[in-house]
Design a protein around this ligand. Sequence first.
Ligand SMILES: [Ca+2]
Ligand SMILES: [Ca+2]
Ligand SMILES: [Ca+2]
Length: 273
Amino acid sequence: MCVFPARYRPRMQGEERRLTPERDRTVRALHESSGAASAATRIQNAPSVLKRELAGCGTGPAGAEKGVRTMRLLLILCAAVILAAVPAAAQTWTEAGDAGDLPATAQIPVGAGTLSQIDGTLLTGGDADMYCVHIPNPGVFVATTCGGTTVDTQLWLFDPTGLGVTHDDDDPGGCGLQSSVTGAFVPGPGNYLLAVSQYNWDPLDAAGALIWANSPFNVERAPDGPGAPGPVTGWGTSGFASGPYSIIITGALFCPGSPVRDATWGAIKGLYR
Ligand SMILES: [Ca+2]
Ligand SMILES: [Ca+2]
Ligand SMILES: [Ca+2]
């Protein structure tokens, strides 16, 4: 409990003066002040013995610093609560170097929460770019290059072992030569590998057989080629136009366990400031 040192009580009328003039001025200042912060400021020049004895009262420098630390902690906690209540913002992953073509070399977008777009480039001479995406609810999943590129793309979805799930060459909705896949053939929530390639750069099984047949072009299909039972182990046989692309995604998250950028902490600090 805080006990204000008796010998530093303000001098009462008629009371014997026992304080030095310096201590008397300090104690008067403390009692005339109505706020702890003001009091803390006022005792900055108080004698060291007085500082020690008043520290336990919460009005000394130690008490003031403790209060500031508590206030900072409360502000950070409030910011974290506000941030958690705000819906996850759309987030784009940009291909780092050249994303791998196979499950073992697929690129894992770095981040947390909603993954709403992937930007990259299809290289000349045949290129496939494969990315990990997490699909929590197949019923709302859509990935499309419609409006995201002028390249004649193909989209492919594999499970983590490389087995084919779904594919489209030309958008069934008629947007053009770009592609769209949905959760129609996705068996359940989980991590999947989303790949994009240019026409006619197709996934092959270990024997070099097509996992999907070449056509029909504008129909989303589960694997229907001679290599359908096996996982993808290579690509062929000829790629055409290259160029940049954006895959616009609905209903996907960053794969759990991927390294998280400091954006979340930065957002908290931004709110705190
Ligand atoms: Ca690429
Ligand atoms: Ca690639
Ligand atoms: Ca196409």
